[in-house]
Structure formats: C-alpha cells, structure tokens
Design a protein around this ligand. Structure first.
Ligand code: TYD
Length: 134
C-alpha cells in the first residue's frame, strides 16, 4: 500500500524573534531531487485542485501560508492530510491519486516535484487508476 510511503515530514525550524525560517534541501529533507517548483494561490473558496495521479512524479507539498487539505487515495484507502504550518509538508509518492481542497483565504501551496511538467505522466481517469496503477 502506497500509504506506507506517503508521510508528513517535519522540516528544520529556525525560530527567531525577527521572524522564523525553515528550509528544504533535495535528497536530504525530502527523498528525491527537485526538478520543478510550482505554487498554487488565489484559490477561490470551495475550489478543488488536483484530482489526478502521476505515473512517475513524486511531490512534496507545503502550506506556505494558510491551510488546505490533501486527500490521498491509493485505490483502496482514502486519507486526508490537513496542512496548516510552513515547517512541515506531505510527501506524495508516485502512483497515488491526490486532490487538494478546503483552501483557506490567501493560502499558498508550495509544491516541489521530482520531474519536469509532462502531461503524459498524468492519470485523470479514476477507474483506470484503480484498475492499473497500484
Ligand atoms: P494541473 O496540474 O492540472 O493543476 P492541479 O493539479 O493543481 O489542479 O495544472 C493546471 C495547468 O497548469 C495545466 O494547464 C498545466 C499547467 N501546468 C504547467 O504548465 N506546469 C506545471 O508544472 C504544472 C503543475 C501545471
């Protein structure tokens, strides 16, 4: 089951009265090398992002600001991971259905990805995913 691999990873925290600092180093704090970084912001209330799986791409998702939930589904079990602090994130292995939902106002999702953008890596058909991917 892929959920053995999906996990919340705590990041280094440098608390400081001048403001706090956290950091992510590839292949150190997260288990892959970073090929791409993108972020999702200005999400209107009630909108859902994601709703697909990747064949190869692995991701690490951080709520840089605000809060949202990541729903993961390995074809058998669904689990919701609430993200609301910028000093931890969710590692999402390849081959897991993922959806992002319940974004708070002004939330920002930072996503580090292990591959460059490639539409052919996406699986948008849930029944195909269930039958073929896990
Ligand atoms: P998509 O991955 O479908 O967003 P989400 O899963 O968060 O709902 O991407 C939305 C659009 O942005 C789509 O037209 C492809 C484009 N896009 C890129 O050009 N590069 C990227 O790295 C990503 C993630 C998306």
């Amino acid at each position: 089951m892929k959920f053995n691999e999906a996990e919340i990873i705590q990041l280094p925290k440098n608390f400081d009265r001048r403001g706090n600092l956290s950091v992510i180093e590839e292949a150190n704090h997260i288990p892959f090398e970073i090929e791409r970084t993108y972020w999702i912001y200005d999400v209107p209330g009630g909108e859902i992002r994601g709703g697909h799986a990747y064949r190869q791409n692995q991701e690490f998702i951080v709520a840089l600001s605000g809060s949202f939930e990541v729903l993961l589904d390995d074809g058998k079990v669904r689990k919701i991971f609430p993200l609301n602090r910028s000093y931890y994130g969710l590692y999402v292995p390849q081959g897991v259905w993922r959806q992002m939902q319940n974004f708070s106002t002004n939330s920002v999702a930072l996503i580090l990805a292990s591959t460059k953008f490639d539409l052919s890596d996406y699986i948008y058909d849930y029944s195909y995913f269930k039958d073929n991917v896990q």
